[in-house]
Design a protein. Structure first.
Length: 103
């Protein structure tokens, strides 16, 4: 699993039948800053993820990739590689909060 930020969405009007009705979001994975372990920073990569939980642009989310992305009841028959499986409320590292959804 990875922490990622939703930075946009994808609209695709023509796709395989199993993907019809699936919400597609652009997600950008984040990691703990190497120099300042008190904040999260982008990895500089982006992915298209199926959103099964109603995340929105600007939300920090949990994503999973690869065959694990097809292990949820909602995605088991989809041809996907990345799925949003949770919306992050807080991230704590070394007894400190590095992200809070309410701040």
């Amino acid at each position: 699993m990875f922490v990622a930020k939703v930075t946009g969405s994808v609209v695709s009007t023509q796709k395989v039948k199993t993907m019809v009705g699936q919400k597609l979001m652009i997600v950008e994975p984040y990691r703990l800053d190497e120099k300042d372990r008190k904040k999260l920073v982008t990895t500089g990569r982006t992915f298209v993820a199926v959103d099964t939980i109603g995340a929105g642009e600007g939300d920090f989310v949990l994503i999973t990739q690869g065959s694990s992305a097809r292990l949820t009841p909602e995605t088991k028959s989809l041809p996907i590689d990345t799925v949003i499986i949770g919306i992050v409320d807080t991230v704590h590292v070394d007894n400190g909060c590095v992200f809070s959804r309410n701040e």
